[in-house]
Design a binder for this molecule. Structure first.
Ligand SMILES: Nc1ncnc2c1ncn2[C@@H]1O[C@H](COP(=O)(O)OP(=O)(O)OP(=O)(O)O)[C@@H](O)[C@H]1O
Length: 629
């Protein structure tokens, strides 16, 4: 059927268009005139149809409205841009911590009706537990930290900052299987023409945060995504509190300072700006303590790399190390642990040969022969420490109790450049530790350390709080020979003169079991007396037999009774030796039991595997030649 005719008939039916009908009825079907007439009639229909006209009007109005809306939003956006500043902070970043800490200090939140209260103090140590109003109750007994009042999630809140109106929106992304809580984000929008107001806010937040964390170091750990997250902060430990052989601390401090200050020197020579330190030796000898003190001294944060972390493999270790910030201190504790089954130190850590590596020996089989406990391989660790992705400008500290078990490639210069050996306590160290526990009266009591103290004018108190005159009763002072010191009589409150008999100071100290005294109960000792007691104490501790941690443990029990601890140290030594013997006895017993288990066919799983492997290879050796025949 002719199409033009069909249009025409339908138009007619609608009765919409007379002209169109006339035009088309005169046209000859299949002629060009007929086609033109049809098109004309179509356009006429379109133009004169009221429904289409209304539709077109609607369309134009819609377009106009939408364009207006877009224009308005553009104007609004440019208005916002010129009058507002918007800043976003991600929780993985330090700036987030500064701002959150600053916000938690704003009085606004204490009065807000929508507030999030937590005991977690952003970036600061531990938790806080002081509820507003509790100050008086506490009576300043133990200083409590204020709870953190911060904005709630997913709600925009308003506040003023230096005359500018500001809105704060805190949001949290949806957590997934690994990231249980999701990531946090803070958006701050400030109404101001002055761009530097945001900088001022940041600076203020940073200053408030830094001021509060003065005297503290931040500790970072890596999360499931190998991102560094702040785990908390610890008070700085004075370097003087770590007692080591003479010159060791000074040397390592000078070395680290020299490294941090010489970036250009390294760059000029094309040497990677990295330095590694390996602290090795007996447990409890001060390795971790020294690292902690150094970080405080150098004002560096500590980033703990745990090789025994679940799911850690070479690539995640690499990623973690490459994300270390410059000017940081990375710490790998027990660097040997990842290469042994489990992370236990001694007996449980067996390598494939079933041998426990000897702490002292340097001839142990290398790590390659050992089953890794984590997914990290030795080559992965080596690559992470000094590969191309490894961060520059960082100090790496590693500790181990099994120096001999470490692979030479791991401890070579360039990876771990400086090796420091830590030993059990020597006499000098023990005496120094004693002095740290019982500082003389002129330290920290308004008199400077270097000030001469005339002992003749100083009355000291012994453990029982009674005063004794230093000159009249305590005999000679500084620089005296140990024997003289030990044999000098010491006055007791009960009046008997204490002299050394059988290596012990005699005093009725046995009445003490634990020390619950506070610092204010420490007897006031003069410098001379402290030295005297320190010598007496160290003389009773066998050289190189006990760790500093053990000696510290003893001193802790007597932290307000310097005389009593001297009295008791002999017993303590005997007791410790007895315990050690018992321990050794039980270890031997366990070994014997293991041995008899093997005899009784109760072979441990490892052993079974090994035995089966051996049997299989024996079978192969026997049957293969037979098969050939
Ligand atoms: N040389 C030391 N000077 C002062 N205190 C020490 C010293 N050695 C150990 N201590 C004390 O003993 C405790 C344990 O010390 P630290 O953790 O530093 O030992 P470590 O050598 O790292 O032990 P491990 O090898 O078991 O990790 C700490 O509380 C620390 O104060």
């Amino acid at each position: 059927m002719y199409q033009g005719a069909s249009y025409s008939s339908s138009f007619k039916q609608l009765g919409l268009l007379e002209n169109a009908t006339n035009a088309s009825s005169n046209a000859v079907p299949n002629s060009p005139d007929g086609l033109v007439a049809t098109i004309e009639s179509f356009w006429t229909f379109v133009l004169y149809s009221s429904a289409i006209r209304d539709g077109a009007k609607l369309f134009i109005i819609g377009v106009a409205l939408e364009s207006g809306r877009i224009l308005l939003s553009m104007v609004w956006a440019s208005f916002i841009e010129s009058f507002f500043i918007t800043a976003e902070f991600e929780d993985k970043d330090d700036t987030f911590t500064w701002i959150m800490f600053w916000l938690s200090r704003q009085p606004k939140w204490n009065k807000s009706r929508n507030v999030r209260i937590s005991t977690f103090r952003y970036g600061q140590s531990g938790v806080s537990d002081q509820v507003p109003g509790e100050e008086e109750e506490n009576n300043n007994a133990t200083p409590l930290r204020r709870l953190a009042y911060t904005p709630t999630h997913d709600k925009t809140q308003y506040m003023w900052y230096r005359g500018s109106w500001m809105c704060v929106t805190r949001s949290r992304s949806q957590g997934d299987m690994w990231n249980r809580n999701g990531d946090e984000r803070l958006t701050i929008t400030m109404l101001t023409l002055n761009l530097s107001k945001l900088d001022a806010l940041l600076l203020e937040a940073k200053r408030v945060y830094k001021k509060d964390s003065e005297g503290r170091i931040n500790i970072y750990i890596s999360d499931a995504y190998n991102e560094w997250t702040l785990a908390g902060s610890r008070p700085k430990r004075p370097l003087s509190s770590v007692v080591l052989d003479e010159g060791v601390k000074e040397h390592i401090l000078a070395d680290t300072k020299d490294f941090m200050a010489n970036e250009k020197w390294y760059a000029d020579r094309g040497i990677p700006w990295r330095r590694g330190y390996l602290l090795h030796g007996c447990p409890g000898s001060g390795k971790t303590s020294l690292i902690h003190s150094l970080a405080g001294e150098l004002n560096l944060d500590i980033y703990i790399i745990s090789l025994s972390k679940k799911n850690l493999d070479d690539s995640s270790l690499n990623e973690m190390i490459s994300k270390l910030p410059s000017h940081s201190l990375a710490l790998i504790e027990d660097i040997d642990a990842a290469f042994f089954r489990g992370v236990t130190r001694e007996g449980d850590s067996t390598n494939m040969s079933g041998k426990i590596p000897d702490v002292a020996s340097t001839q142990e089989p290398h790590i390659q022969s050992v089953t890794p406990a984590s997914g990290v391989t030795l080559s992965g660790l080596l690559g992470a420490i000094d590969g191309v992705a490894a961060q520059e400008g960082r100090l790496l500290f590693a500790t181990t109790n099994k120096y001999g078990a470490l692979d030479p490639a791991l401890v070579r210069p360039g990876r771990l450049d400086v090796h420091i050996r830590f030993k059990n306590s020597g006499r000098v160290q023990v005496a120094e530790l004693f002095r740290n526990f019982f500082p003389p009266i002129h330290v920290g009591r308004g008199v400077t350390k270097n000030m001469e103290v005339d002992d003749s004018n100083v009355n000291i108190k012994n453990d029982f709080g009674l005063e004794v005159s230093t000159r009249s009763e305590l005999g000679s002072g500084l620089g005296d020979e140990e024997s003289t010191l030990v044999n000098s009589p010491i006055a007791t409150p009960t009046g008997f003169s204490l002299s050394e008999t059988n290596g012990n100071f005699k005093s009725p100290s046995a009445i003490y079991t634990t020390d619950r005294g506070s610092a204010s109960h420490i007897p006031k000792l003069s410098q001379r007396e402290v030295n005297r007691l320190a010598h007496a104490f160290s003389a009773r501790v066998p050289e190189g037999e006990f760790s500093m941690a053990a000696i510290q443990g003893l001193l802790m029990q007597y932290k307000t009774r310097p005389y009593s601890v001297i009295d008791e140290v002999g017993n303590w030594v005997a007791d410790e030796r007895r315990k050690r013997k018992e321990r050794e006895g039980s270890v031997k017993e366990e070994e014997n039991t293991k041995g008899s288990d093997v005899m009784n066919n109760k072979t441990p799983v490892n052993e079974t595997i090994k035995t089966e492997e051996t049997i299989q290879s024996l079978n192969l050796c026997i049957w293969w030649p037979l098969g050939m025949i």
